[in-house]
Design a protein around this ligand. Structure first.
Ligand code: GDP
Ligand code: MN
Length: 384
């Protein structure tokens, strides 16, 4: 789950990271009032869950409250990379001398959190990593020791920070690390962390990605969710406890188990097809869950065939088969369906589905080939 800039910065501030004063507005009038209260130059910033807002025209400087109102009026309702701006952050403007990047992510290969800093702040860090990777300094953090002060200094020296700012930088780095750990984040980033004209460090932009699997123990963070982050289908999937990711292929996949779902997508590709989604219906396979999954898959107009791949362990294949039939009654469709059921009571399961005119298969390879063929045959004429 992604947090907005204003949410991320407020969290950082609780850990001692200096942020500009400011507040959020949902109307131009509110933006004017905030600017009047701050009584100085402000920046009006679109709050949407994508990067590169600056380049897209979603960040504007305003010299007085009237201008702030006008800027907010222009930015609110703007479309940035497919997202409509519904809120703006009105912050006191910083007089920027230099822009630094400071961020932390999990490095799976090292099995550690890694903090990264770069003197090339303000621009996308992926771009810096691609063009001038030597300009990024990285430090792996021991989970039992946390970010040590000497490591913070190493980062500061590595990016050539002025000596008199090193102490503050280390505190910010440690605050960012603690915020990252305590929120169960998968990413926490300040880009840019600026050096102001007056020689102070200030977090001008902030970004936090939260680990969805840890949200159950962060009620106050879970409540910050912006519904616009997910498509209606993804929201529906989450309500039913399904893991769903939309892709752009034409074979809808319904699978129990994440690993099996990935294997299913791989083998679909191997036989020349393209998966329309990742979908893990999880353990058990109650009809209502299967029906919800089927509705979500079929709401994608690109889907030309559906591939069910079910492994019956504790879940019995005949129960799953009945679940599928009940779901099909609820969600009638002409899209061809291929099912591969393996495991407990598989013969019974297959018999039930075959009676219902579904294409069945005994192996995953066979099922994938049949699904690819069915999808091809079901393409609108004239398309290859
Ligand atoms: P992003 O484009 O979505 O990453 O949004 P940022 O908040 O990082 O802003 C993009 C750029 O706008 C920054 O790198 C700065 O150069 C500039 N910017 C943002 N806030 C201020 C500010 O308060 N004063 C000035 N002068 N520039 C700012
Ligand atoms: Mn930024």
């Amino acid at each position: 789950m992604k947090l907005h800039e204003y949410q991320s910065k407020r969290i950082f501030a609780r850990y001692g990271v200096p942020i500009p004063q400011g507040d959020v507005a949902i109307t131009p009038e509110q933006a004017r009032q905030i600017a009047a209260r701050l009584d100085r130059r402000v920046v009006v910033k679109a709050q949407v869950l994508v990067g590169g807002r600056g380049k897209a025209g979603g960040i504007r400087l305003a010299h007085n409250p009237d201008e702030a109102e006008r800027m907010a009026d222009q930015i609110l309702g703007m479309n940035i990379k497919g997202l409509t701006v519904k809120k703006v952050l009105v912050d006191e403007a910083a007089a920027i001398d230099t822009e630094i990047y400071l961020g932390i992510v999990i490095d799976r290969a090292r099995r550690r959190a890694v903090m990264m800093a770069s003197a090339e702040g303000g621009v996308e860090i992926e771009e810096v990593a691609r063009v001038t990777p030597e300009r990024i300094v990285k430090i792996a953090i021991d989970p039992f020791l946390g970010l040590q002060a000497y490591q913070g200094r190493e980062l500061a020296f590595g990016i050539g920070l002025r000596k008199e700012l090193v102490g503050d930088f280390v505190q910010i780095a440690q605050g960012l690390y603690t915020a990252f750990v305590e929120c169960d984040a998968s990413l926490a980033e300040i880009n840019p962390l600026v050096v102001t004209d007056e020689g102070r460090l200030l977090a001008v932009d902030g970004k936090i990605l939260l680990d969805d699997n840890a949200l159950f123990r962060h009620f106050e963070l879970a409540e910050m969710r912006d519904a616009d982050e997910e498509t209606p289908e993804e929201q529906e999937a989450r309500r039913h406890g399904l893991s769903y990711v939309k892709l752009d292929g034409e074979i809808g996949c319904m699978v129990n188990g994440a690993g099996l779902a990935m294997a299913t997508m791989d083998i679909t590709r191997l036989y020349g097809g393209a998966p329309a989604n990742f979908l893990d219906i999880g353990g058990g396979a109650q009809a209502d869950k299967v029906a919800a999954a089927l509705r979500i898959i079929l709401s994608d107009p690109n889907v030309r065939a559906v591939l069910f791949n079910i492994f019956g362990g504790i879940t019995r294949c005949d129960e799953v088969a009945r679940g599928i039939l009940t779901a099909l009654k609820e969600v009638p469709t002409q899209v061809p369906m291929v099912a591969r059921l393996v495991g407990t009571h598989e013969e019974e399961g297959r018999r039930i589905l075959a009676e219902a005119q579904m294409i069945t298969a005994a192996t995953l390879a066979e099922a994938a080939q049949k699904a690819v063929a069915a999808a091809r045959a079901n393409r609108p004429t004239g398309r290859e």
